[in-house]
Design a protein around this ligand. Structure first.
Ligand code: GLC
Ligand code: MG
Length: 557
């Protein structure tokens, strides 16, 4: 028997933008609970809910001020319990988000560290250092923040003088914790216990590759971005940077795994958000005594080219199998331009951090949607687990015309407007084409404006409509379950040429094939096979460009 998590499809809910129950324009936990039937009907195995904890919301809740409290904007602890109960009634697993790399600057520990001053035990739980140069006016090293700008900020000491600096790999309000400190380790084990005891089925672990920093915080300049292609990964290995993928993180995950295992069966799980390459390093996170899953971000980042995708899929599968793990496929989340927009860009263009009216590249929306549908049809045919991001099942594009004044991602400000940031993929969902806030909530209010094209893509416009993206996802998820695709044996089918991806899948009931055509001309489907689903209609019996299909193969007599 394959353990549930090795073949599960999980649906990411971004609480601010899923459903609003009280009309304040911000999604909330009762909103999620009220729409869980929809998630169940989609045919997934569970949900991952992005952070809903007490937070000043400088990074949309990834800046946590109290890990055990629900932020009032999202509801109460009772609302979290109700969500869990309802999800479990519907047979859905629930993963919550754990943010261990940094706290909010409003967390009691950081406030205590500011008040206690240099050299205090309170400061030891973070990375405080004296500055360099005259009067310590220069940061301790050249590390940059992922969100732009320096990775260090200077504090004013309790006596009013300019003081020490603290490290923040993300926003200035997200101070990095010092994971060498035993209290930090103990506290997170306790936070895990708190949510496990409330009944959660697991955790998605935020920036899991950042917790441990190289001793002495050696200086480092960011490596320039390099493309990812079949010809070889030209990016320097992530762990050469002293803040990423350091060997010391694994000991932490082994201790968490032991705690989760003590809760027995069915397994409670850990899923790493680790942007780590090459895969020979990434796979270390899913060794048998560590995490259960780790997002295959190199799949997400691979250009829409058959040879590149084939290579990445094969490489990932092979590497993970060597540690006894299965891949966790993903195309989309709250940090990246939505697939329907991203795949409408020229293939091979670097993944932009946001798209807007003045971006140098503009997606072709028709092409993007077509490819996004084909990409999902490919992804859901791959053995292993997979994650969907709310709204991808509707084929939503990014909001490409967000006015600058409404942008909230700290990236926008910290890069001095060079990068737009991630607001475009975080827009509230359309549920009803013809309703205030497109049915997101009972009022007109939405924390980010919805683009006009979302009306036609609303759930009520797609449900039951043949050919809609929603019905495509439902069909794929039904077939995936019926045929046990998530735990099938995959073999490459040859003879289709360089621009086609074709696999045979031997699952629970017979042999399937998935064929994806990324070439210019139509592709003949295997003789005697029966078409189960296609991402777009066949043309004259052939699979057209940028289309994927699942087929039932005729058994040899
Ligand atoms: C992760 C989250 C992202 C957040 C960052 C800092 O990458 O997915 O949304 O901004 O961590 O917590
Ligand atoms: Mg609300």
């Amino acid at each position: 028997m394959t353990p549930w998590w090795q073949e599960a499809v999980l649906y990411q809910i971004y609480p601010r933008s899923f459903a609003d129950s009280d009309g304040d324009g911000m999604g909330d936990l009762p909103g999620i609970t009220s729409r869980l039937d929809y998630v169940r009907d989609l045919g997934v195995d569970g949900i991952w809910v992005s952070p809903f904890y007490l937070s000043p919301m400088n990074d949309a809740g990834y800046d946590v001020a109290d890990y055990r409290r629900v932020d009032p904007v999202f509801g109460s602890t009772a609302d979290a319990d109700a969500l869990l109960r309802r999800a479990h009634e519907l047979g859905l697993k629930v993963l919550v988000d754990l943010v261990p790399n940094h706290t909010s600057s409003e967390h009691a520990w950081f406030q205590a560290a500011l008040a206690a001053g240099p050299g205090s035990p309170e400061r030891a739980r973070y990375h405080f250092r004296d500055g360099q140069g005259r009067g310590g006016a220069q940061p301790p090293n050249r590390w940059r923040s992922v969100f732009g700008g320096p990775g260090w900020t200077r504090v004013v000491e309790p006596d009013g003088t300019p003081g020490q600096w603290y490290l923040h790999l993300f926003d200035v309000t997200q101070p990095d914790l010092n994971w060498e400190h035993p209290q930090v380790r103990a506290e997170f084990l306790d936070i895990l216990r708190y949510w496990l005891d409330r009944g959660v089925d697991g955790f998605r672990v935020d920036v899991a590759h950042a917790l441990v920093k190289a001793p002495g915080l050696p200086d480092y300049d960011d490596a320039p971005a390099a493309p990812l292609t079949a010809a070889g990964d030209e990016r320097p290995p992530t762990h050469l940077a002293p803040m990423w993928d350091q060997d010391g993180v694994h000991e932490i995950y082994r201790s968490w795994r032991a705690l989760l295992d003590s809760y027995g069966e069915p397994a409670r799980i850990l899923c790493a958000e680790a942007w780590v390459h090459p895969v020979e390093r990434a796979m270390l996170y899913v060794r048998p005594d560590e995490m259960h899953q780790s997002f295959a971000f190199d799949f997400l980042d691979t250009p829409w080219r058959a040879a590149d995708l084939r290579e990445v899929i094969a490489h990932d599968r092979h590497a993970l199998a060597s540690v006894g793990a299965a891949p966790t496929w993903v195309l989309s989340n709250h940090d990246v331009v939505r697939t329907a927009s991203r795949l409408g860009l020229p293939a091979g263009s670097p993944r932009p951090n946001g798209l807007g009216p003045r971006s140098s590249v503009r997606p072709d929306p028709g092409l993007g949607l077509r490819r996004a549908r084909a990409a999902a049809t490919l992804m859901l045919a791959l053995p292993g687990a997979a994650y969907l991001y709310q709204g991808e099942e509707l084929g939503l594009p990014d909001h490409l015309e967000l006015p600058d004044e409404v942008r909230q991602d700290p990236v926008w400000v910290r890069t001095e407007h060079r990068e737009l940031g991630r607001d475009g993929c975080r827009v509230p969902l359309p549920w009803v084409g013809d309703a205030p806030s497109l049915g997101f909530g009972p009022s007109e209010r939405t924390w980010l404006p919805q683009p006009p094209e979302y009306a036609a893509l609303a759930v009520d416009q797609q449900v039951g409509r043949p050919g809609s993206t929603l019905e495509l996802y439902r069909r794929l998820l039904t077939l995936r379950r019926e045929h046990g695709v998530g735990s099938a044996a995959l073999t490459e089918l040859t003879g289709y040429g360089d621009e086609v991806i074709a696999y045979r899948l031997d699952g629970r009931s017979g042999a399937l094939a998935v064929v994806v055509n990324l070439g210019a001309s139509g592709v003949e489907l295997p003789g005697g096979s029966t078409l189960l689903v296609a991402s777009d209609p066949l043309v004259a019996g052939r699979l057209p460009t940028d289309t994927a299909a699942w087929l039932l193969l005729a058994e040899a007599p």
